[in-house]
Design a protein around this ligand. Structure first.
Ligand code: GLN
Length: 224
């Protein structure tokens, strides 16, 4: 589950972490293997409907572990297909019910009407500041948050469903945090959110400043 180079989210955590003096270790977790690691943050990337149907049995077998991971203060970041699997259900556009982890009540229904594809921009409050975030979305699924808190408000593109201007999910879970987004390229393109996640883990503010390249890249994204 790493469609669209979603491994880049882990690389972004390492890169921003290194600039803050943190040694961020990354481990690929494989289906069918013992996840005998004490990790702080878990990333589940995107995947085609078929990929999602193939991993769901293994994931559901880990539901109790994942719930205790979150209750103890872990962070679970789901990207697109990985985000969908955090919820209560995902029915594909062909009508296949893909069992989900049920860590949140939101539901997703695939539609053959039109894939929601393109550059995605959304606005969110982070640490008392209103910030704009960017990525690329490509999904058939329409997610209804069922009352959960959105990660942000869409300013360009479709987001959760192309209707209610919500994008993603951002919910506490025990002492932990559930973050979902349809934005592929999320942490690589949004270093301030990467810093935010690292600060949640270390429990302190980090000495991080955007580089001139990052500032120019965000200005470029802002122009669309
Ligand atoms: N298969 C899911 C959908 O089409 C997620 C796609 C993805 O991860 N890019 O909605």
């Amino acid at each position: 589950m790493a469609l669209y180079g979603d491994r880049g989210n882990a690389i972004a955590l390492q890169a921003v972490g290194a600039r803050c003096g943190l040694d961020v270790q990354v481990h690929a977790l494989e289906a069918g293997e013992e996840w005998a690691l004490d990790f702080d943050l878990l990333i589940l990337g995107g995947g085609q409907d078929f990929d999602q149907s193939k991993v769901t049995a293994d994931l559901l077998g880990r539901a109790a572990f994942l719930k205790s991971f979150l209750i103890r203060g872990g962070i679970f970041l789901g990207i697109c297909g990985g985000y969908q699997l955090l919820g209560a259900s995902f029915r594909t556009q062909e009508g296949l019910e893909i069992p989900c982890l049920g860590l949140c009540k939101f539901i997703t229904v695939g539609s053959s009407a039109k894939r929601l594809v393109g550059n995605l921009a959304f606005r969110a409050e982070l640490g008392g500041e209103i910030l704009d975030f960017y990525g690329f979305e490509n999904h058939s699924g329409r997610t209804d948050l069922q009352g959960h808190s959105a990660l942000g408000k869409v300013t360009r593109g479709h987001g959760n469903n192309g209707l209610d201007q919500s994008e993603g999910v951002y919910e506490s879970y025990g002492a932990g945090l559930l973050v979902g987004t349809y934005a592929h390229g999320f942490l690589p393109r949004n270093p301030l959110f990467t810093k935010h996640l690292l600060e949640q883990i270390v429990g302190a503010s980090l000495p991080f400043r955007l580089s001139p390249f990052e500032q120019a890249s965000l200005a470029d994204s802002r122009r669309g």
